[in-house]
Unconditional design. Structure first.
Length: 209
């Protein structure tokens, strides 16, 4: 069976270690209904990599926009617009990918996933870690989404819907479109319910901040 069609492979989740300035690659392992994040190697020096930030809407009464997501992959760029360094960082998320293979990438950039997720999160509230794997077919459509971690079913369902609605530039194997898994992970900041004031009419009408 083709390694990209198994549907059981788990993604490497890459993130920078601020103490060592190295790229850490972790892997989610499912065993006996327990989920463990194993950190098993240092990959590359991240000193030169630029960190991009996706800002949300400023809360009522404030001009400060919260940081919703951080990434070393620009949110607004398409795959062919990435630098060689950015492509190398992105490819770290695809276990077993070969030099003659190109991973799937959202057609209009990663913002196609992050923006609706952030907007939906603002409506639902809550927060925590999301990890999913989508199977992207040869046409760039998502055929299947597997949830590995979710802070709540509502946020998990939101992420599933966003991925199914995302159009991808399909992966290429030996220059031809091919099916490949697309791992995605994001830690959503916690949004809490607050009241507008202590006036009686505001109780039970809490707004998400």
């Amino acid at each position: 069976m083709d390694k990209h069609k198994q549907g059981t492979g788990l993604p490497h989740l890459c993130y920078p270690d601020r103490n060592t300035n190295k790229w850490i690659v972790g892997r989610i392992v499912l065993k006996n209904s327990l989920i463990a994040l194993l950190v098993f190697c240092l990959m590359a020096n991240a000193n030169a990599a630029k960190l991009y930030k996706l800002l949300g809407d400023a809360p009522k009464g404030s001009n400060k926009r919260p940081i919703e997501a951080k990434s070393y992959i620009p949110f607004k760029k398409r795959y062919h617009q990435l630098t060689d360094e950015q492509k190398s960082i992105y490819r770290l998320n695809f276990e077993g990918i070969q030099d003659n293979e190109i991973p799937p990438f959202p057609k209009k950039g990663m913002r196609d996933i992050y923006t609706p997720l952030v907007k939906g999160h603002a409506r639902q509230g809550g927060g925590g870690f999301l990890a999913l794997v989508a199977t992207v077919n040869k046409k760039g459509d998502v055929d299947k989404v597997v949830v590995l971690l979710q802070p709540s079913k509502n946020l998990g369902d939101l992420a599933i819907t966003v991925l199914f609605n995302t159009k991808f530039k399909p992966a290429k194997c030996d220059g031809k479109p091919c099916e490949m898994e697309f791992p995605f992970e994001l830690e959503l900041r916690h949004l809490f319910k607050t009241i507008d004031s202590l006036d009686k009419e505001h109780f039970g009408n809490n707004a998400t901040r």
